[in-house]
Structures are given as C-alpha cells and as structure tokens.
Design a binder for this molecule. Sequence first.
Ligand code: AMP
Length: 218
Amino acid sequence: MKNIVMLGIQGSGKGTQAELLSRTLSVPIISTGRLFRSEMEEGSELGQKIAEYVTGGELVPDELVCQAIAERVAEPDARQGFILDGFPRNARQAEELSVTLAEDGRELSDVVYIRLSESEAMNRLTGRRVCSNRKCETNFHIEFNPPQGDPEKCDRCGSPLIQRGDDRPEAIIRRFALFNSETAPLVEYYRERGLLREIDGGQSIADVAGSILEAIGD
Ligand code: AMP
C-alpha cells in the first residue's frame, strides 16, 4: 500500500505532482493547505481559528493540524493509501503522524522530496494560478503549465483561475524561511529512516512525474 508524503519547498511542484500521482495510483490527496482554505471559506470554527496564520504565511499550531490529519487519514478512502501534501511540516508533526499511523498498524511507504532552488521556486510561485473552485484547486502556471483552453479558466472544471493570497512576495519569503528552518530538517529525518526518494524538481512536469514513479517502484 502506498502511504506517501510529498516534501519540497513551496513552488517545487509538489501539488502538481501529488495530483498526477493521485490519478495514477487511485489514492486520495490529503492537502492541509487545501483543507484549511476551504474551512476558512466556509467560516467554520476551525477556519476562523486558523485564518490569521494562513494569510500571514505562518504555520497553523501543531495541535490543530495534527488533529485534522488524524481525522482525515481515518476515513475509509485513505485506508487504501494516500498522498500527503503540506504535512508534516516540522519534526513534531512527523512524529505525531508516525504515531497516528502506527496505532492503526499502518506506516509511510515513501517520502518524495522534490528538490528545487529558492530562486526557481520564487519564479514559479509568482506565475502560479489556481482554480478558484475549492473542490478542484488544480494548479497552473502562466508560462510553464497554462490551461489548454481559455487562459483564465480551469481546464478541469471551467472555474476562473486566481492568484493565491499567500503567493505575494512578502508571504512567499516568510514561507521559504519557515521551510528552511522547520521543514527542511525532515529530509534528514526521513533519509535516516530509509524512506526518502529524492527527485530533481528542475525537470519538466512529465519528467518529474516519471522520476517519482521510478523512485517509488511503481
Ligand atoms: P500550502 O497550501 O501547503 O502552502 O499551505 C498554506 C498554508 O496553510 C500555510 O502557509 C500554513 O499557514 C497552513 N498550513 C498548511 N499545512 C500546514 C501544516 N502542516 N502545519 C502548519 N500549517 C500548515
């Protein structure tokens, strides 16, 4: 069973590759960012608690994130495998995740780390557009991955494309700093556990996807 974590700096192509992999393996993507944005839009209790963190590019407190993940991985569709995108983001979340899975006799199969320089990632983020439909949220890039049809509409569902609020340069810089201090140490953490599959994120979307399939042995 494939229980996968996607790791990489914002803009590395994690979300795009998670979508491709999810279709290839027929397992759900569990994206904390997506989950949080939809809670914020609904104005739920959780949404109100986290809005300040998310819009400022800060991390949401671990308790809230870990609880949301524990509930999500317990759902029936995630029992046949899953792809985590945006979680874990620090050592505490990584520990909590392994405990949550172990309680259920499960474990991670692969941690896919997409390596990309900050300057390249910054270029990609400023050109990123996402589908405004929260149920879809397909990623596009105005230059590298534009929609095939109308340049301002999503190919999959036809909704308008938007720029994410936290893709502004100030928030991006904050998110890079947090990645380097909090998330980057997870690369070594998972390497030591023999789970790390390191991928060159500078390749084309199709080549990154091919390298991932090869690395996870599928
Ligand atoms: P993303 O779409 O993964 O870039 O996430 C967007 C925002 O959601 C982040 O900047 C954080 O504010 C919040 N977030 C997402 N995942 C996590 C996480 N694992 N831990 C803490 N905050 C998170």
